[in-house]
Design a protein around this ligand. Structure first.
Ligand code: FAD
Ligand code: NAP
Length: 472
């Protein structure tokens, strides 16, 4: 039987909200609304049959403690006023086949309001020659591959053909992928990394990973906890131009004195290590890739322009010097940030890669607030921020919705609240939607498969295999 018993028209008019995207932003907004507004009823849609977004498909497998937030999300889903519709894509993005999804204007017929929290599913490109050649990939695809994201499971990389990888970008994703490439395979085997990735990484010859930034150490985007982890990797030496790093720290000591987290980060970078081991990771600064070099249609190296820094330290810019250098390598992973996609029927700021909004309420192209249309998470503020910042941001959007409810602000005008019509539409489109109970059955089967392999879970990596569990 369908959940939906607590709020009836007799007590108070229900507020029906659709949530598009089941990552932290969607769940935390739902959490606050269900807690603070007894009339709220939520239907959450995700294009995948399985929920939790980047918690499942982004967070590194060797960070299981971060994934504990799934327990909070499970509690949200237990609420009688919450329903999950997995395997239902909303809107048209790029060349998606709309006949298998529900358009925004169709969804608007069934709800008082819609929250868009569909994250940032693509990645930014460098726009340099040979970026798509064999051996060059985005960190996003590599992360999706080792985490079992269906669209990335078939990635092929020359892990057995080279001992040197270059990671472009110096954020936490860059450190995640560098750590995975250099971690002892037996450590990774204890995680929920997919078996095919473990198999491929067990044969990997990669020994040296260069993590390359276009600016300097003070502008690095990774954080101390992640750097510390990298520095502790067994048998992996840390290499960098320590003299230059030290000079930079000295030169900007006043600036650092007022920024304790950055100062801590610099103190870690300032330490030279005397570690033994045949593997290494290198931090390189002031280099912008200009071309990926190839041999027989595969990566053979990378060419950089050397930069200098211009402007005040807090917003220093990388400016090319006209000098170039090349480096041999067989694998290039660009880790220069994720990217949200525009959706048909929604405003989108292409420059900033987000939905224009005022505290989570959508703003149209004429700067007018859009009744009943909200956004949260990476789609609202751009693809940066950890889960805790996504939570704060989601709570801000929830507060905006609550304030609108209190002042009886206009919502979506469509008043078709018949569940049957929505189900009929999904039936006509042959959309096999997945409930939260269904997901828990898929998850139980993953735990079972994992137990046989001595790991926390073994994920299904195709939608067909996920749905097969429900047909057993
Ligand atoms: P997402 O988590 O991306 O959720 C978006 C959801 O929308 C997805 O489930 C997606 O399937 C769905 N969706 C997309 N398009 C549609 C559509 N058209 N219709 C329906 N559904 C759709 N933070 C930490 O605190 N610790 C970490 O260790 C950490 N590691 C990270 C590692 C990586 C590689 C990355 C990229 C991020 C990491 N983060 C980490 C950051 C954290 O994952 C984000 O802050 C958070 O996931 C953003 O939440 P979101 O809900 O906005 O987006
Ligand atoms: P990010 O933190 O924004 O880092 C992006 C990096 O790419 C920066 O070093 C940036 O340098 C560089 N870059 C951007 N454009 C470039 C270009 N054209 N050429 C060369 N370099 C370029 O993004 P991210 O690493 O994808 O992480 C996204 C978010 O997820 C972050 O908030 C991160 O903290 C979070 N996350 C957290 C964890 C964790 O907590 N363990 C793990 C993974 C991710 P500039 O500064 O010069 O632009």
């Amino acid at each position: 039987m369908l959940k939906r018993t607590l709020t009836t028209a007799a007590t108070s008019k229900p507020f029906r909200l659709a949530v598009v995207g089941s990552g932290p932003a969607g769940f935390y907004t739902s959490h606050k609304l269900l807690k603070e507004s007894p009339t709220t009823q939520i239907d959450m849609f995700d294009s995948l049959p399985v929920p939790h977004g980047l918690v499942r498909y982004g967070v590194a497998p060797d960070h299981p403690e971060v994934k504990n937030v799934m327990t909070t999300f499970d509690k949200v889903a237990e609420d009688e006023r919450f329903r999950f519709f997995g395997n239902v894509t909303i809107g048209k993005q790029n060349d998606d086949n709309i006949s298998k999804s529900i358009a925004v204007h169709e969804l608007q017929r069934y709800y008082d309001a819609i929250l868009f929290s569909y994250g940032a599913s693509e990645d930014r490109q460098l726009g340099i020659p040979n970026e798509d050649v064999y051996g060059s990939s985005s960190a996003r695809t590599f992360v999706g591959w080792y985490n079992g994201l269906p669209r990335d499971r078939d990635l092929k990389l020359p892990l057995e053909d080279t001992d040197t990888a270059v990671v472009i970008g110096q954020g936490n994703v860059a450190l995640d992928v560098a750590r995975v490439l250099l971690s002892p395979i037996d450590e990774l085997r204890k995680t929920d990394m997919t078996e095919y990735a473990l198999e491929a990484l067990s044969k990997s010859r990669i020994k040296h990973v260069h993590v390359v930034g276009r600016r300097g150490p003070l502008q690095a985007a990774f954080t101390a906890k992640e750097l510390r982890e990298q520095l502790k990797l067994p048998g992996v030496q840390f290499r960098a131009d320590h003299t230059w790093i030290h000079d930079q720290i000295q030169q900007h000591s006043d600036y650092l004195a007022k920024r304790r987290p950055l100062k801590r980060l610099m103190a870690l970078l300032d330490q030279e290590q005397n570690k033994q081991g045949d593997k290494s990771w290198h931090l390189q600064f002031l280099r912008s890739p200009v071309e990926i070099l190839t041999n027989n249609d595969r990566v053979a190296g990378i060419r950089y322009e050397i930069n200098r820094l211009e402007g005040p330290v807090e917003k220093s810019r990388a400016v090319g010097t006209g000098e170039y250098e090349t480096q041999e390598c067989g694998l290039v992973l660009r880790s220069i940030g994720y990217k949200s996609l525009a959706m048909d029927g929604l405003p989108f700021d292409v420059q900033q890669g987000l939905i224009p909004n005022l505290y989570g309420k959508m703003i149209d192209h004429e700067q007018n607030e859009m009744p009943g249309m909200y956004t949260a998470g990476w789609l609202k503020r751009g693809p940066t921020g950890v889960i805790v910042s996504t939570m704060s941001d989601a709570y801000e959007t929830a507060d905006t919705i609550l304030a609108d409810l209190r002042k009886d602000a206009p919502m979506l005008s469509s008043q078709n609240h018949a569940d049957d019509d929505l189900f009929q539409l999904m039936y006509q489109r042959q959309i096999r939607h997945v409930s939260y109970d269904d997901w828990k059955r898929i998850e139980a089967a993953e735990f079972q498969a994992g137990a046989k392999l001595g790991k926390p879970r073994e994920k299904f990596t195709t939608v067909e295999h996920m749905l097969d569990v429900l047909n057993r």
